[in-house]
Design a protein around this ligand. Sequence first.
Ligand code: ADP
Length: 259
Amino acid sequence: MIVKVDGLKKKYKKDWVLKGIDIEVEEPQIIALVGPNGSGKTTLMNCMTNLLTYDQGEVELLGQKNSDTKIFKDVSYLQDNRILYGTLTAYDHLKFICDVQGLPKSKIEEVAKRVGMESYLKKRVQNFSLGMKQHLLLAMVIINDPKVLLMDEPLTGLDPTSAIDMRNILLELREEGTTVIVSSHNLDEIDRLTNKIYFLKDGALLKESLEQFATKEYYLTVDDLEKAKGVLEEAAVPFLIYNQEQVTFEETDVELQTV
Ligand code: ADP
C-alpha cells in the first residue's frame, strides 16, 4: 500500500478538526483533497507527514508507519506556508537541500531543467514572480525523486500559464510512478489533473468520492448529476452546480442549486 490513512482523528483543544479520515492508495496516482477553507486539509497533510501529532488512527506511507519513523523516506511535502529567502538564489535553495539530503549537485541542473527554471536558477528569489517561486518550491520537493509527494494548495494564486506548467509536471511525475496528493479549496483547479477526489467538509470525508460519477474532466452527465446530488447533499458539502454539468465549491454554505 502506498498510502494508508486509517481512522485518523485530530483535535485542537476540545475541537475535533479531523473526525476519522480513511484514505487508501494502492497504485501510483494523483489524489485531490478538495474542501472549503477550514475543512481540515492542511491539518490532515501535517498529520500524515508527522508535522503534527494526532489523537487516534494510523498513517502508513510506503509501508512505514508514523510510529516507526520521524521522517518518512521518499516522501516530500510542499507546505502552504513554505518560506523562501529573498537574498538567496534558486540555486542556493536547491544546493542547501542537496547538502542536507546528501544528493549530488548534478540534481540541481536536472531538476531546474525539469521544472523549466534554468534561465533564472542563478537569480535572487526576491525578484521572482509567484509562478517562479512555485516552480522553485516544486523543484525543492522533487529534487530527491520522492515516491509520495504531498502539496498543500500548490495551484492557488498561480497565473494560468504557471498553473498549466504545474499540472503538466504533476502529470509527468505520476507517469513516472510518483503518487501525488494535492489539496485545493477549488474544484476547478483540479480540473484535468485527476478524477480521484476526496471531498472534505468539517474534518470528515464525503463517504464516496465523486470518482464514480465523474466522466472525463469532471463534467457530469445529467443522469450522473442526479446521483451526485444525493451524495453531496447527504454530506452537506457546500457546493454549487452550474451549467447543469460542472460542480464547484464555494467559500460559503451555498444551498445546492442548478443554474
Ligand atoms: P484547511 O487547510 O482546509 O483550510 P485547516 O486544517 O487549516 O483547514 O483547519 C482546520 C480547522 O482547524 C479550522 O477550523 C482551523 O481554524 C482549525 N485549526 C487549524 N490550526 C489550528 C491550531 N493550530 N489551533 C487551533 N485550531 C486550528
